[in-house]
Design a protein around this ligand. Sequence first.
Ligand SMILES: *Cc1c(COP(=O)(O)O)cnc(C)c1O
Length: 329
Amino acid sequence: MAEFGTVFYHEMPLIEFRNGAWSAIQWQSSAEIRLSPAAHCLHYGSTCFEGQKAYRQADGGVAVYRLKDHIARLHHSAQGLFLPPVDAHLFEEMVLELVRRAKDEIPAFPGSLYIRPLLIGLDPKVGNATHPSESACFYVLASPVGDYFTPGAKMKIYVDETNMRCAPHMGMLKTGGNYASALNWAIHAEKELGAQQVLFCPHGDVQETGAANFILIDPKKKRIVTKNLTSEFLHGVTRDSILQVGRDLGYDIDERAYTTRDLRQWVKEGYEAALTGTAAVLAPVSSLLFEDGEEVQVQGSEHAMKLRAALLDIQGGKAPDTHHWLTKI
Ligand SMILES: *Cc1c(COP(=O)(O)O)cnc(C)c1O
């Protein structure tokens, strides 16, 4: 299988927003797009995206996972960037038809079709640095992907108490600039500290990593602890799914603010730690490196792996879809 997100289904649906209305869906090659070199998105970062998946089902069909939730989140990102919100029916139709067309290229479960919708501002006006783009383009890429998860892989996380991933008022938007903003810290952690990810904890407030949410599991009390939702970080659909699956399996859910001091103490006491996101679903953390140089080993991943398996069973149609998360093609 090629590297994650490098191979795309050969065509894609695209719509344009001009003069206050969305166009009809056009299908075109996914090899390139035509864009004014002055386009607003290229100069002023008016871009937002989604990341979602379609999975082969145990009954031989295909289903898209939590489509409505991704549509709602893109809507929110668009509002935050003053881009025209994508019509929900068009979005849904584009994704469903794309998955239908690409069906034969979806790898066996737990491989999937990774779906990447993107909304960009098109106004060809370099004078509009302080104005939103009135025209926009929305298209959806599809990429067949394997299981992103490597069993037993070491994941060392750097607990950064100094820096922010992005400006706090942008944290909940899935917008390109936020990743550019975090790159400096990610490179430093990787090159200088040998850490795969940075856990951003501005002023000691534990939030999330560069592209995934962070959860803790107390194995003794069967409790999942994670940061309560604020506008400062991305509200992951996987985070929400794991909390719901956890609830269904009898875990207590504790969404709260907590500090890096709590984090260090809890992990020493035996809490498990994991990252959640669409690409890897759930990936256990093996150690946490703190700013004073102490590296604390996470002691296990039994509960994390149990939650991961339970969610994958729903995604693959092996367990009942009690929360109506699947849209069958
Ligand atoms: C996409 C993303 C997540 C995970 O969201 P999911 O909906 O679970 O894929 C978490 N944090 C950031 C910064 C993200 O971009």
